[in-house]
Design a protein. Structure first.
Length: 327
């Protein structure tokens, strides 16, 4: 008989994390722990209000399915029993971790994936006034890949110009978090191209992204809030050149693996992203990030502290996770 526990944890952010929809100073995560015959598996998720999730509701939905998990529900059965989203992510990753501990094999071997190698992650600069973002960029100028949060206002070009001044050699990704209007995309992209921006993430609200179809944009576009699981990937292939795969959206590693394969078949390139969370959430994401064009798994770097056995970072280089953490 399995035992499952659900814990809500609060992790302080170093300073504040600000995007176009608001600002926060702490990350609330839900940790699922499954124990069976002396082995322990863990998974972590971040409920996201943008998708109608609350910490209370996500924790409650995990507890509801807890009896079925305790009775031996498999990962495949879980995909049918729960909708994709944060709750399923935590349970799915805990089941992967539990199996790895029980079999004495790393998850990458069980899933027939390549052995994980070190990865270079983007480092996120929160939305702010141009001068503040310039200073943040200067402090992060040694990092090779910076991701800028933009706000959908007339200051966005000034923000990018300021960051480019502060970090002249970094590759830049900009993330509008659905903050632009359809008529903004081409003029903004033309301006941003002058600063060497490599990718624009989710320029429009997901409900409006049909306006991107056939757009001759000088910078590749990446779907984030428009990309969730397997459903809808075919449509995205006509709107975007990249998709951002996050385990809290796909509902765990199991569907994320399928999403990666489907994206490749549709000639979509991939960014693997995260919410602001601890290394426990990054470890499974690192497995799918091995084949991604862009990696954005800087969650632990944005926290004031990480959990024990957290992923080691050498600047922006992520070392493979210890099995004592996950997998």
């Amino acid at each position: 008989m399995r035992e499952i526990t659900v814990d809500v944890e609060t992790w302080p952010i170093a300073g504040a994390f600000t995007i176009s929809r608001g600002s926060k100073t702490q990350a609330e995560v839900i940790t699922v722990t499954i124990r069976e015959d002396g082995a322990t598996g863990r998974g972590e998720c971040v409920p996201y209000g943008r998708y109608g999730e609350t910490v209370k509701d996500v924790a409650a939905s995990i507890r509801v399915i807890g009896k079925a998990i305790a009775d031996g529900m498999t990962r495949d059965e879980l995909q049918r029993a729960m909708p994709r989203g944060a709750a399923r992510n935590a349970v799915d990753c805990a089941l992967w971790d539990l199996e790895a501990k029980q079999r004495g094999l790393p998850v990458w071997q069980i899933a027939n994936l390549p052995e994980p190698q070190s990865l270079t992650t983007a480092y996120t600069l929160s939305l702010g006034e141009p001068n503040a973002m310039r200073e943040a960029a200067r402090k992060a100028a040694a990092r090779p890949l910076l991701k800028l949060k933009l706000g959908g206002t007339g200051d966005d070009i000034a923000r990018v110009a300021a960051v480019r001044e502060g970090a002249p050699n970094a590759t830049l990704i900009v993330d509008a978090n659905e903050g632009w209007k359809a008529d903004d995309v081409l003029p903004m992209a033309g301006e941003l191209a002058r600063f060497g921006v490599a990718l624009i993430e989710q320029p429009l609200p997901a409900k409006d992204d049909e306006a991107l179809r056939g757009l001759a944009c000088p910078i590749p576009l990446c779907a984030d809030e428009s990309a969730h699981g397997l459903e809808g990937i075919s449509r995205l292939a006509g709107l975007y050149q990249y998709i951002n795969v996050k385990l809290d959206k796909t509902g765990g590693l199991t569907e994320a693996l399928s999403v990666m394969r489907c994206a490749r078949r549709r000639n979509l390139k991939v960014m693997v992203g995260c919410m602001v969370a601890t290394s426990l959430a990054m470890a499974p994401a690192m497995l799918i990030a091995q084949g991604a064009e862009f990696v954005d798994l800087d969650g632990p770097l944005l926290l004031a502290k990480d959990r024990a056995h957290g992923i080691s970072f050498e600047g922006s280089l992520m070392l493979p996770a210890e099995r004592g953490l996950w997998g």
